[in-house]
Ligand binder design. Structure first.
Ligand SMILES: Nc1ncnc2c1ncn2[C@@H]1O[C@H](COP(=O)(O)OP(=O)(O)O)[C@@H](O)[C@H]1O
Ligand SMILES: [Mg+2]
Length: 373
């Protein structure tokens, strides 16, 4: 855990950090964002003591970092910056192994680490370990920069606009890789960017700074829904107008759906449809998992007394998960032969149904608030 307590920093009369208070939990991916010059890099560098605050305290796991030896502190905190700074006259392997060697890991151990890390980013040891930085693409060099920061398995990694100089496609790939590695190795990452796309994609928590203050600290979803300041809304401009990205199938479904067991008979089923004023039924297994659906037309054409509904189901209705993206769900609804989409929970039980009516109603509510029905 990293905790800032009333941290301040000035250069002469310029106040750079104004009383920062926040906490970062272990394993969190925290992104610092804000306009250029707002103090992101300064904040980051106070964590590994490349910059010392004038006031306040920073704790890592409840230990005041000013009480630690800065060199040792930095060995437990990985650091990645935009100008990678690989040593040009050292191989990939030597570059990655710098800190493990400083820490006097035996050769088998640091070599094992190098192999594992290269594996992690799809750069096999045999083909890559002995290359020099100049033989690598910009994206590959930056990958090695990330691996070097991870080599002594620090629990915390600081990253300052690490992908700022890469082309968009390489950046996108590295973002995915870092997020995957972070989850896999359970690192705490503090990541600086001025790019809201990057922040929304990577962050568990976004810290939005302006003029050395925190304007808002929230999850990407929360920040999109409720930006605490006009400046934040401006940063998110295009995402706000495209707010459907935060909606899921669950937001558009109706949960009052008529479910029947596979053994329900034709006449009972027709009766049920009439009573509930629905024109299809969802059929479920004994363990409540979804089996299929039956429309009134199908029942009329195929049903006969004594016949079980389970023998008439079709799998024509598209099926989505509650957490699926609303836009994909919408596309499925538009092309659905049944005119509806079945929404399932993770355990394959029925969560609800999306019809054109439920979708329209939910969209109306999203635009104009709760509607009278
Ligand atoms: N060593 C320094 N001396 C004087 N001013 C500095 C120094 N380092 C940074 N600053 C100023 O502090 C402010 C914040 O810088 P920085 O943390 O690098 O911003 P960001 O990373 O958000 O772009 C800027 O106005 C910058 O000019
Ligand atoms: Mg900066």
């Amino acid at each position: 855990m990293i905790r800032f307590e009333n941290v301040t920093k000035s250069y002469g009369k310029n106040v750079i950090l104004r009383n920062l208070n926040f906490t970062i939990n272990p394993g969190e991916f925290v992104v610092l964002i804000g306009p250029s010059g707002c103090g992101k890099t300064t904040t980051l560098k106070t964590i590994n003591r490349l910059i010392e605050p004038d006031g306040g305290k920073i704790f890592i796991d409840e230990k005041d970092i000013t009480k630690e030896n800065p060199v040792e502190l930095r060995r437990t905190i990985g650091y990645v910056i935009q100008q990678i700074g690989l040593f040009p006259n050292m191989t990939v392997e030597e570059n990655i192994a710098i800190v493990p060697k400083l820490l006097k890991y035996p050769k088998e151990k640091w070599q094992g680490v190098v192999k594992e890390l290269l594996e992690l980013v799809g750069m096999p040891y045999e083909q890559n370990a002995h290359k020099y930085p100049s033989e690598l693409s910009g994206g590959q060099q930056q990958r090695i920069g990330v691996l070097r920061a991870l080599a002594a398995s620090p629990p915390i990694v600081l990253m300052d606009e690490p992908f700022g100089a890469l082309d968009p496609i390489t950046r996108d790939t590295l973002q995915d890789e870092v997020r995957r590695i972070q989850k896999k190795l359970k690192k705490t990452i503090v990541f600086v960017t001025h790019d809201m796309d990057e922040a929304l994609k990577m962050a568990d928590v976004i810290v939005f700074m302006d003029s050395g203050k925190i304007l808002q600290m929230a999850s990407p979803e929360e920040m999109l829904r409720n930006p605490a300041d006009p400046l934040i809304a401006e940063f998110m401009g295009k995402h706000m107008s495209n707010a459907n990205m935060i909606f899921t199938a669950a937001d558009f479904m109706k949960t009052r759906v008529t479910k029947v067991s596979r053994t329900t008979l034709t006449l009972q089923s027709i009766e049920l449809m009439r009573n509930r004023e629905v024109n299809s039924l969802l059929v479920i297994n004994d363990d409540d998992t979804y089996f299929g659906s039956v429309s009134i037309e199908k029942l009329r054409s195929q049903g006969k007394p004594g016949k079980e509904i389970g023998d008439m189901v079709s799998d024509e209705a598209p099926v989505v998960n509650v957490k699926d993206d609303a836009r994909e769900t919408f596309d499925k609804l538009m092309t659905s032969p049944t005119g509806y989409v079945v929404v399932l929970n993770d355990d394959a039980t029925v969560a609800g149904l999306i019809t054109k009516t439920s979708m329209t109603k939910a969209m109306g509510e999203a635009l104009w608030g709760e509607m009278s029905s």
